[in-house]
Design a protein around this ligand. Structure first.
Ligand code: BES
Ligand code: MN
Ligand code: ZN
Length: 512
């Protein structure tokens, strides 16, 4: 898809289709009014006759509208003007793009991007427009032998801004939106690919390809390297599988040599059967999405590389299958993690924390500015927050706040849960330093409490995306979350870094 920005009058656009909004009930938005005036009230006549109310999700496609240079004019319902907010804006863009793609034209010029959205500026509106457009047009048909092609697919979208003074900001936002959307698409492709295709080896290959294409540094540790280091909790999970585990490190060096890196760690279980603590059969196929954290880290690094952010960012991905097998770990087994702490594995289905804890110890060597891990970690998080909010837990309030704000700005929201010491009790084990499960209560918190025992040397936040990284059931598929949250977080950090470079002496408040 090609995108561009424009500022100009709607009736003068030579386009296959010009898109303008209609509020409920039958109220023309500004650009619609301009077209209406030039068309001797053609639009308001149609509305008065009852052809369109302006309800959200509705559209009306018009041909040969007098006074316009475009082949078509598409009216998109926006709902009540007073209730037109972020979600409504996103839905209007999605409706427009879906309809354009099903209409004959190759291109569309959207005036919806001029609509005011409370508390949001042109940067937000354009970034979101690109992300929503790419999201709407996304298909995963790699594995279909016959692809159901759209007859005349949409090739170009132009987003309009009301003032010429907004052009520069809009162009920058367009580039950022495209980079984020590309990262999200990569995440979705990786996550939607089933376990027999997307193995730990495949993830390593894809990371290598990304590194080569975008000049990122890459290192892949093999099983023997992990043995030498003593990553025994990661290796314990890998024991039941015939697929060799990998430990992937991707590096974007956009900041100075002595600038501490931001480290992202992603859970890469390419299939989670539960191991000997086997999961029930229904919906087990969805456990191919248990590498969504890994996919989001790879996708985010792609976006960071495309935007050439002036930051040092390291992506770390421990990846393996979790399978039952003759040499699989058994409930009650005790293993020594890379940190030296011992773990009694009471449930082999609580494997995510076992591969993450070794990764979280490993990253100490980078002397990180902060570490954010992303994992489809607990079913309990799906029960607590559903598919709307990602669970966020952190050992550092400033970092937690920053990520919550980034989630709000990206429309990829997270909600914080407490990481109080009081919950640590649930992880007590009579045979080891800790157990890998904490009982039925507060499952998301005790999982994070487990990780917290390995992250004491740096500011750290944990994103539990079990409910948000993919949709199950009818509309099954990866959502690309939390790539928007992570990229917005990094964009903010990059803006801080740029400001700091301009004003020596003034340093950002450290999260440490
Ligand atoms: N990958 C799952 C968590 C999960 C469950 C993600 C449902 C998405 C949807 C994780 O490895 C797991 O199995 N967690 C267990 C932990 C329990 C044994 C303490 C869970 O949540 O049931
Ligand atoms: Mn599991
Ligand atoms: Zn899992």
């Amino acid at each position: 898809m090609e995108f561009s920005i424009k500022s100009g009058s709607p009736e003068k656009q030579r386009s296959a289709c010009v898109v303008v909004g209609i509020f409920e009930s039958r109220k023309l938005s500004g650009p619609a009014e301009i077209i209406d005036r030039g068309a001797r009230q053609h639009l308001s006549d149609l509305l008065r006759r009852g052809d369109m109310e302006g309800k959200p999700g509705t559209t009306l496609l018009l041909h040969n509208v007098p006074g316009t240079l475009a082949d078509r004019v598409l009216l998109v319902g926006l709902g009540k003007e007073k209730e037109f907010r972020e979600k409504e804006y996103r839905n209007a863009i999605a409706t427009a793009v879906r309809t354009l793609n099903e209409t004959g034209g190759f291109d569309g010029t959207l005036y919806l991007t001029e609509l005011p959205v409370k508390k949001r500026d042109v940067t937000w509106r354009i970034r979101q427009a690109v992300m929503v457009s790419m999201e709407t047009l996304y298909r995963f048909d790699q594995l279909k032998s016959r692809k159901d092609d759209v007859r005349r697919p949409l090739r170009k979208l132009t987003f309009c801004v009301a003032r010429r003074s907004e052009l520069a900001a809009a162009e920058a936002a367009l580039g950022e939106g495209q980079a984020i959307a590309e990262g999200q698409r990569l995440m979705k492709d990786l996550a939607n690919l089933p376990g027999n295709h997307c193995t730990p080896g495949y993830l390593a290959e894809q990371a290598r390809a990304l590194a080569e294409a975008h000049g990122l540094g890459i290192e892949v540790l093999e099983k023997a390297d992990m043995e030498k280091l003593g990553m025994n909790t990661l290796l314990a999970v890998a024991r039941g599988s015939h697929e060799p585990p990998k430990f992937i490190v991707l590096k974007h060096q956009g900041g100075g040599k002595d600038v501490k890196p931001i480290v992202l760690v992603g859970k890469g279980i390419t299939f989670d059967t539960g191991g000997i603590s086997l999961k029930p059969a229904p919906e087990m196929d969805e456990m191919k999405y248990d590498m969504s954290g890994a996919a989001s880290v790879i996708g985010t690094l792609k976006a960071v590389a495309l935007m050439q952010l002036p930051l040092n960012v390291i992506g770390v991905i421990p990846t393996t299958e979790n399978m039952p097998g003759g040499s699989a770990i058994k409930p009650g087994d005790v293993v020594t993690s890379l940190s030296g702490q011992t773990v009694e594995i009471l449930n082999t289905d609580a494997e995510g924390r076992l591969i993450l804890c070794d990764a979280l110890t490993y990253v100490e060597r980078f002397d990180p500015e902060c570490v954010v891990d992303v994992a489809t970690l607990t079913g309990a998080c799906v029960i607590a927050l559903g598919n709307v909010a990602t669970g966020l837990l952190a050992n550092n309030e400033a970092l937690a706040r920053e990520l919550l704000d980034s989630g709000q700005n990206a429309y990829d929201r997270a909600w914080q849960l407490p990481l109080w010491e009081d919950y640590q009790e649930q992880l007590k084990s009579p045979f080891a330093d800790m157990a890998n499960i904490g009982g039925r209560m507060a499952g998301t918190i005790t999982a994070a409490c487990f990780l917290a025992r390995f992250t004491q040397k740096y500011p750290w936040a944990h994103l539990d995306v079990a409910g948000t990284a993919y949709r199950g059931g009818e509309k099954k598929g990866s959502t690309g979350r939390p790539v928007p949250l992570l990229t917005h977080f990094l964009l903010e950090r990059a803006a801080d870094a740029r400001a700091q470079a301009k004003k020596p002496g003034r340093r950002r408040k450290s999260t440490a």
